[in-house]
Ligand binder design. Structure first.
Ligand code: ZN
Length: 131
């Protein structure tokens, strides 16, 4: 039996994951909300960018997890007052996700955002990918 939430394996007869309090499934789930091995494909302190990235991934049906680093103090005072989040996907989907999110960027000053989008569109047309 497997937990669809954390992917933990349980002995037959166990029906509820002790960690997640969710019902176990018989087969190992393909799309676990929490992946064992993930690749960060996008990170931002801008909630609208994160939301946009999520909607792109959802549209492409790429499973992902969002890690919020705010409470972990990883970035110290720099982003203390903002939500820092990173989006991670399975390694085999990283290329697809990176390409999908190539138009998004982290840490764009709002004053420069119009200019940035103009440049980004030009670059996207010419290169077709990030870096
Ligand atoms: Zn679980």
């Amino acid at each position: 039996m497997f937990c669809p939430g954390c992917g933990a394996e349980y002995d037959p007869g166990v029906t509820i994951c002790a960690e997640c309090q969710v019902e176990l499934v018989e087969e190992e789930p393909d799309l676990e909300p929490h992946f064992q091995d993930t690749v960060c494909v996008f990170e931002s302190t801008d909630q609208s960018q994160i939301a946009l990235a999520e909607s792109l991934l959802q549209g492409a049906e790429i499973p992902y997890v969002v890690q919020n680093a705010q409470s972990q103090g990883l970035l110290g005072a720099l982003v203390r007052d903002s939500m820092f989040a990173r989006i991670e996907v399975k390694p085999e989907l990283a290329d697809m996700a990176t390409e999908l999110l190539a138009d998004l960027e982290e840490g764009i000053p709002s004053a420069d955002i119009d200019e940035y989008y103009d440049e980004a569109e030009d670059e996207a047309e010419e290169k077709g990918e990030d870096e």
